[in-house]
Design a protein around this ligand. Structure first.
Ligand code: ADP
Length: 163
């Protein structure tokens, strides 16, 4: 390995962050000097948590992790990466179905700005977890305690108790 300083961003919706995302963060940390978890603030169709709430939950989780920070961003991911002087975009892969979409995204981002995307594969046990699945199961009162961190679990329970 060279001694080049590598700052990566890990962009996503994180609505909410799951154990799968957290696994990607821990793996990314082993590869990069600095990792910024970047929460997209553009309005989502089926948004459950506000961007501020999503950032807050992630901040609670990465508090003790040296080199990791979290913030919200608007607009293009590549533009945000440039602002942050990041050399790498980190993305997670769950299965082959992720590959097509991620491949196109990574190629587009590289052709626009030259930035490289690095993929890490999740632990098998998290391969099926998505934020969409978590939102759906939680809304129906299912047990999602194995799919998300404790703080997210509590927030989901509160959110759906109110409805
Ligand atoms: P986006 O809307 O940008 O896809 P997500 O929050 O859904 O945002 O996902 C952010 C990144 O995390 C994506 O690269 C996605 O493939 C990855 N990811 C999501 N869930 C998992 C998981 N269970 N294991 C590994 N990577 C995941």
């Amino acid at each position: 390995m060279s001694d080049k300083f590598v700052r990566a961003i890990f962009p996503g919706s994180f609505d909410p962050i799951t154990n799968g995302h957290l696994d990607v963060i821990h793996r990314g940390l082993k590869l990069f000097d600095e990792l910024i978890v970047a929460v997209g603030r553009s309005p989502l169709k089926d948004q459950l948590f506000s961007p501020e709430e999503r950032v807050e939950m992630i901040a609670e989780l990465v508090k003790g992790l040296h080199g990791v920070s979290v913030e919200g961003f608007d607009g293009l991911t590549v533009e945000y990466a440039r602002q942050k002087k990041a050399n790498v975009i980190l993305r997670g892969l769950r299965s082959l179905t992720d590959v097509n979409y991620e491949f196109e995204l990574a190629m587009t981002n590289r052709s626009v700005t030259g930035i490289e995307t690095i993929f890490v594969m999740t632990t098998e046990q998290y391969g099926f977890i998505s934020s969409t699945l978590v939102r759906q199961v939680a809304s129906l009162g299912g047990d999602i305690s194995n799919l998300v961190p404790e703080n997210v679990y509590r927030r989901l329970r509160e959110r759906f108790k109110k409805q």
